[in-house]
Design a binder for this molecule. Structure first.
Ligand code: ZN
Length: 313
């Protein structure tokens, strides 16, 4: 089968053996997949990985109970027995792997074998294009799992890239007074189309937001969030950083600022929001490539300001 492999360099391998599912796994025939910043960060050294990349996908189940159904798949493959799993927090399983990220083959391939308990059937009114966004939308929804946002709050989101634009749409649903720091024209125009205020950092008052969400993906994002958050306010970190951010942690202590990490979120809620037409994903698609042109797709996705690039099978 075809697979996009990363082993120090990125390449398309057309001779990878089709995976043999175990009794716990389903065989998935990938229909469409999306390139995430995490894929690009893995290649930039965010963490050690070699193998088949890819964790945003929609697939058709081959054989078994769900045969023929379209599904999306939770990316954390967990043991179900460790202390975190027992406490009902499988996304923090102590022995987890993550597909295409951590010691598990990814979805940029014709087939993927994945534990069946990770699968969520996709309703008919959610298209393949929309379903590719379920994983990042779930991650965006995790912001509102981790921090209570009142409609009276002033909320600032820094970073309007692929994940940021989904977080912006989720934050809009809270009814809060939302401003999004967007450096580029294209995301700023999209935000305006969605009725969300797009600003530059200079337009915002210092230390005035109750909640600041950092979706910049760069080490300066946290320092910038600290400038904008009010005393006793909350900073939500959605970025995985290449490098270690430098920031004034004295201010965190003295102004009693809460810092909340935020990672993977609820797939069922993400599917429901898409099914109800509450999230615009179509406008976020920047390009489509056949899996055979995966290298060109990655070049496109790595361009500054690129939005979602899809791989078609
Ligand atoms: Zn576990």
């Amino acid at each position: 089968m075809r697979a996009v492999m990363y082993e120090n360099v990125l390449r398309l391998d057309t001779t990878v053996p089709k995976p043999e599912p175990t009794s716990e796994q389903s065989l998935l025939k990938i229909r469409r997949a999306g390139i995430c910043n995490t894929d690009l960060e893995l290649m930039a050294g965010y963490k050690e990985f070699s193998g088949i990349l890819g964790h945003e996908f929609v697939a058709e189940v081959v054989g078994g109970e769900l045969a023929g159904r379209r599904v999306v798949g939770e990316i954390n493959v967990t043991d179900g027995t460790c202390e975190m799993c027992q406490r009902g927090i499988p996304s923090q399983c102590l022995n987890r792997n993550a597909i295409g990220i951590d010691d598990h083959p990814g979805a940029f391939a014709d087939y993927l074998a994945l534990v069946s308990r990770n699968l969520y059937p996709v309703p008919d009114d959610v298209s393949d294009d929309m379903a590719v966004f379920v994983e990042p939308l779930a991650a965006a929804l995790q912001v509102t799992e981790g921090v209570h946002i009142s409609p009276r709050d002033r909320v600032v989101l820094i970073g309007a890239g692929k994940l940021g634009l989904l977080v912006a749409q989720v934050l809009k649903l809270t009814g809060a007074d939302l401003s999004v720091v967007a450096r580029r024209e294209k995301p700023a125009a999209l935000l305006q189309k969605w009725g969300i205020r797009a600003v530059t950092a200079d337009e915002l008052a210092r230390r005035s937001a109750q909640v600041v969400v950092d979706c910049t993906g760069n080490a300066e994002g946290f320092a910038q969030a600290l400038e904008l958050v009010q005393p006793r306010g909350t900073i939500v970190l959605k970025s995985t950083y290449v490098g270690t951010p430098a920031a004034n942690l004295t201010r965190v202590a003295v102004d009693e600022i809460r810092v909340v990490g935020s990672r993977c979120g609820p797939f069922d809620a993400a599917l429901r929001l898409l099914s109800h037409g509450l999230i615009d994903t179509e406008s976020m698609i920047d390009g489509r490539y056949s899996i055979d042109a995966a290298l060109a797709a990655f070049d496109h996705a790595a361009k500054p300001g690129a939005l979602k690039v899809l791989l078609e099978f």
